[in-house]
Design a protein around this ligand. Structure first.
Ligand SMILES: C[S@@+](CC[C@H](N)C(=O)[O-])C[C@H]1O[C@@H](n2cnc3c(N)ncnc32)[C@H](O)[C@@H]1O
Length: 366
């Protein structure tokens, strides 16, 4: 039995597992999940050919609760602490494994990773040190190209302790660009709230790097619903936008002083812009997710914004089922009332807790 290993936020294993089960079944794969609460990953068991199929067809960008996933090559326990590299080399040189995954070898890069847990954090120092000798060891057995290549699959060593790891790979066209699937963002010391990083991350995750400059431009108009104290507005201002910040609560003075922010004390569910010149709508109101999803959909349908990024709060237990329902409802409404093609992406971002971030836009006709 082989499978895939999906990285998620600790506490969200059952949502991650429910989603893998559902989406793998839609691809004709019927495996089962193994997971423990708070371990920060889920294992989905299936046959090796099926796991390779999932590695290509289970699209990471469409998974809500998975930050990154790898196709499992081997699970090694009791690694000798004196020479871990040799034990890993022996596992990868196994005849059956070499035959099954011949197309993967050599990988173009190596990532040494850990679960996003406190134990994982303690291990990460060891992992950083171990990366160089392991990379060297992988090159010696031709499991890694001599120079890094982003056209080849990536080899992952996912450590659970300094003696236990999963070896796996991800395809270059279906992976997160970041170690552990987590973007390293710096908290700007002058931002009014920590949630500023959520919007920063959302721009990185949802907008392809080659389109970011064109779609997020200085001089654009934006609306921030539920803006106070201004962490999200800060990100829009930083990108040179003019922002209408809607909230009854107080906004940070530093933002108002920029001259780019108009504070509007109104109900976010009633406010609409006077002109149809808004590119970005963002919304972080702590309100019922179904209401927020319906509001965002209506803004886009009415042409009151071109793109929207918003949070859906998820305090409920069966979060995957709930989000699926909200997204389905949005798709139905857009299909019936929208004026053309639309795009919805959603992700449980690293900086999200009991919420999920959604990006919605009408796709401009070319
Ligand atoms: C999580 S905070 C927003 C934090 C903000 N994104 C930031 O980065 O600083 C939620 C905000 O939504 C506002 N809010 C909740 N319901 C609202 C409504 N119906 N209209 C306007 N604002 C609302 C609250 O006043 C609160 O300031």
């Amino acid at each position: 039995m082989n499978g895939i290993l999906a990285y998620c936020r600790p506490g969200f294993e059952s949502d991650c597992a429910a989603e893998l089960q559902d989406k793998a079944a839609r691809l004709g794969v019927f495996g089962y999940c193994q997971t423990q609460p708070q371990q920060g990953y889920v294992i989905y068991r299936c046959q090796p050919e099926e796991s390779e199929h999932l590695g290509k067809k289970l699209l990471l960008r469409e998974l809500l609760f998975t930050r990154q996933f790898i196709v499992i090559l081997a699970h090694l326990r009791e690694l000798p602490t004196t020479d871990r590299v040799s034990a890993i080399q022996v596992a990868l040189l196994d005849d059956e494994l070499s035959e099954l995954f011949a197309a993967i070898k050599p990988a173009g890069s190596l990532r040494v990773e850990v679960p996003d847990t406190n134990d994982g954090k303690e291990l990460s120092k060891f992992c950083r040190k171990f990366t160089v000798p392991l990379r060297q060891g992988m090159r010696v057995i031709d499991w890694l190209t001599p120079a890094e290549s982003d056209r080849r699959p990536t080899l992952h060593a996912f450590f659970l302790s300094n003696q236990e790891l999963y070896l796996g790979f991800s395809y270059s066209f279906n992976q997160s660009p970041w170690l552990m699937g987590i973007p390293r963002l710096r908290f700007p010391s002058d931002a009014p709230s920590r949630s500023t990083l959520k919007l920063d991350e959302a721009f990185q995750v949802f907008l392809p790097a080659n389109e970011r400059e064109q779609r997020v431009q200085s001089g654009m108009n934006a609306v921030d619903l539920g803006a106070a104290p201004g962490g999200w507005t800060y990100q829009l201002v930083r990108r040179g936008m003019m922002v209408q910040a809607v909230d009854n609560g107080p906004m940070a003075e530093s933002l108002l002083e920029t001259g780019q922010v108009k504070h509007i004390r109104e109900d976010g569910f009633k406010f609409r812009p006077k002109k149809k010149n808004v590119t970005w709508l963002v919304c972080d109101m702590v309100e019922q997710p179904s209401r927020v999803a319906a509001l965002m959909t209506q803004w886009v349908i009415d042409g009151d914004c071109r793109e929207a990024i918003f949070n859906l709060k998820l305090p409920m237990k069966r979060r995957y089922a709930a989000v699926t329902e909200y997204l389905e409802q949005m798709r139905e409404t857009l299909a019936m009332e929208g004026r053309g093609a639309f795009e919805i992406q959603a992700k449980h971002l690293y900086h999200d807790r009991e919420e999920i971030t959604v990006h919605l836009r009408m796709v401009p006709s070319s």
